[in-house]
Design a protein. Structure first.
Length: 338
């Protein structure tokens, strides 16, 4: 069991499993954590948690149904898993992913690495979406058709992020799409499912974390800039260039803290959410990295090379998001508003 826990921890923190002894079969949990790219699920869990906690930690607390909240959280994680698998399938089918492309270098690609067949991946996508559909039907009966609107908007952006004919990522629209999904759709949708209502201040309160999650994708696309440009994929960093994109990411990272402060001062968030400022030392560390060139070679024991800037953005997002959630919990227990 200790070995299994070690394996799961490695997959969840690095999206790799290098510690598995040669010749030993991979356990089923580690396999599916790799296939679904579970290492990035914390961002989805944080968005959902923010949405639910705003119900009891906001300026106007609302009656919360925690069963509906739990179902929403499960649905969000399953939707994220389906989205990751869909992206891997269509990028491979469209000739983007290969062993030489960045996706196959920093972590095992589900199909290229032999973890699962094409047919198996399609089946997994179908099964996960069917479970999500069952959750959607139940919550729609409980809360009304607005739940369907949130789900369909999220599904559209997730599927057509890489799927033809839209291919949002290929036209510089993937980054705005991620901001919409992990901010207004996830946070506001979870709040609505939890409470049955959606005041305007919740939409505004969803923006800081939406911005923070977007920095992770921009960092990843900066890391893949040359490879994407060679394949004709016009992500935002390809359109803006590396220097402008890195500067944009730094502005967005700082904006997260500025927005939190503004929302606290106007009373949309409780004073306890200023706990996010405990992540300022990490912000300073990340900004310093962003002001320096990417290393020419893989640093020792660095797990996701050739990715670089995305890892630092993710570290900040995970820490600041965690403090955001902790602040909301504290404000639900002992409300303090300016």
């Amino acid at each position: 069991m200790a070995t299994l826990l070690k394996n799961w921890r490695e997959v969840l923190t690095t999206q790799n499993l290098s510690s598995l002894p040669e010749g030993r079969p991979m356990d089923l949990v580690s396999k599916w954590l790799l296939i679904t790219r579970a290492s990035v699920f914390p961002m989805t869990l944080t968005s959902g948690a923010i949405g639910g906690l705003l119900a009891v930690a906001g300026p106007t607390p609302a009656p919360a149904n925690w069963l509906y909240f739990t179902l929403a959280m499960v649905g969000l994680v399953l939707a994220h898993a389906a989205n990751n698998m869909i992206n891997d399938y269509f990028d491979l089918a469209g000739g983007v992913d290969s062993n030489d492309y960045v996706r196959g270098q920093y972590a095992p690609h589900p199909i290229l690495s032999g973890l699962i067949s094409k047919a198996g991946l399609v089946t997994a996508i179908a099964v996960v979406n069917l479970i999500d559909l069952a959750i959607l039907v139940y919550l729609t009966e409980a809360r009304g058709w607005a739940v369907v609107v949130f789900a369909l908007l999220g599904l559209f952006i997730s599927v057509f992020y890489v799927a033809p004919p839209v291919k949002l990522k290929h036209h510089g629209l993937g980054e705005p799409g991620v901001a919409i999904v992990w901010g207004p759709l996830m946070i506001c949708g979870t709040y609505f499912v939890t409470t049955g209502m959606l005041p305007a201040w919740v939409a505004v309160a969803s923006l800081p974390y939406a911005i923070l999650v977007t920095t992770v994708l921009i960092g990843k696309h900066v890391d893949k800039l040359e490879a994407d440009r060679a394949k004709g994929i016009h992500t935002l960093p390809v359109l803006l260039g590396a220097e402008r994109s890195l500067f944009l990411n730094q502005v967005l990272m700082v904006s997260f803290f500025v927005l939190i402060l503004c929302l606290v001062l106007v009373g949309a968030l409780g004073a306890w959410t200023l706990l996010t400022f405990l992540a300022l030392p990490r912000l300073a560390q990340v900004l310093k990295v962003y002001n320096q060139p990417k290393p020419a070679e893989r640093p020792p024991n660095y797990p996701i090379w050739p990715l670089w800037f995305v890892a630092w953005a993710f570290l900040l997002t995970r820490m600041a998001g965690g403090f955001f959630v902790l602040g909301l919990v504290a404000n639900a227990i002992y409300p303090v508003f300016f």
